[in-house]
Ligand binder design. Structure first.
Ligand SMILES: [Zn+2]
Length: 258
């Protein structure tokens, strides 16, 4: 029998085909062929082919827009949104219109043309995450921007026009509706998780704990369980999930010894 399952992230019910689901072989993926680094604007030595850099991460001393960087951030040469100007939100008939302002940056993940993230060292991946954070912190200072999205397409099938590994950052003057919905549902899950953990219950987002108990439980000041959850997610991006869990268990043991 098919199932209806509630998507906990947006709180929406979805139909799931559990009897005849698509199999991995139903999704044909064309083999990836490198075109080569010739003329690549993201390779070291070709810095002049991009707009001047916004920020770089490097270990060595270097002149701006020259090689020697680990991660390089530049404005997108073909931006989807323009950085200058105000939102000038206005109504026209039934429509709500805003000027297309926003930031659109390219984060060049590494100096290596032929390496994707799994082939980089941990410290090289750390530079990428530091760049994501630093650009987000910087753009958040601009009060016009309400939402920042970082995404990464790799390969032609994903829509990446350049094969040298890179991420993109877009800052928007409004929060997308679906993101608002996700935030509302995540807040509920967080409250439930917090409450359930404090009561020593398993987490059940669909009513394992009653909502009316939540406001008082949410006042609990010691939120180590939630903090550790965030910590696992952050560390697992850098060192892998298993290692992150092992490290977290070690932390818990140390805290217990305190
Ligand atoms: Zn390249």
């Amino acid at each position: 029998m098919p199932e209806l399952r509630k998507d906990p992230i947006v709180g929406r019910w979805v139909m799931v085909n559990v009897e005849n689901p698509y199999l991995p072989e139903d999704f044909k993926i064309k083999p990836f062929h490198w075109k080569g680094e010739e003329g690549c604007p993201f390779c070291p030595g070709n810095e002049h082919l991009t707009p001047p850099e916004t920020e770089v991460f490097s270990e060595a001393k270097r002149k701006p827009n020259e090689p020697g960087w680990k991660v390089r951030v530049v404005p997108n040469k073909y931006p989807a949104l323009m950085i200058e100007g105000g939102a000038h939100r206005r109504g026209v008939g039934i429509y709500d219109i805003s000027n297309g302002i926003g930031a659109h940056e390219v984060i060049i993940d590494s100096p290596y043309h032929y390496k994707d993230i799994p082939e980089l060292s941990i410290s090289e991946v750390e530079y990428i995450i530091k760049a994501y954070r630093s650009r987000s912190v910087d753009l958040r200072k601009d009060k016009r921007f309400k939402y920042i999205l970082i995404f990464r397409n790799f390969g032609q099938d994903a829509g990446a026009s350049l094969e040298h590994g890179h991420s993109q950052l877009i800052a928007l003057p409004m929060v997308p509706k679906n993101v608002n919905e996700e935030l509302i549902e995540l807040d509920k899950i967080k409250s439930i998780t917090m409450g359930a953990t404090k009561l020593g219950l398993g987490v059940n987002a669909s009513g394992g704990i009653r909502y009316e108990h939540l406001p008082s439980l949410a006042q609990v000041s010691n939120l180590e369980d939630i903090v550790l959850g965030d910590y696992i997610i952050q560390r697992s991006m850098l060192i892998g999930l298993e290692q992150a869990i092992r490290e977290t268990l070690q932390l818990i043991r140390l805290r217990e010894l305190d």
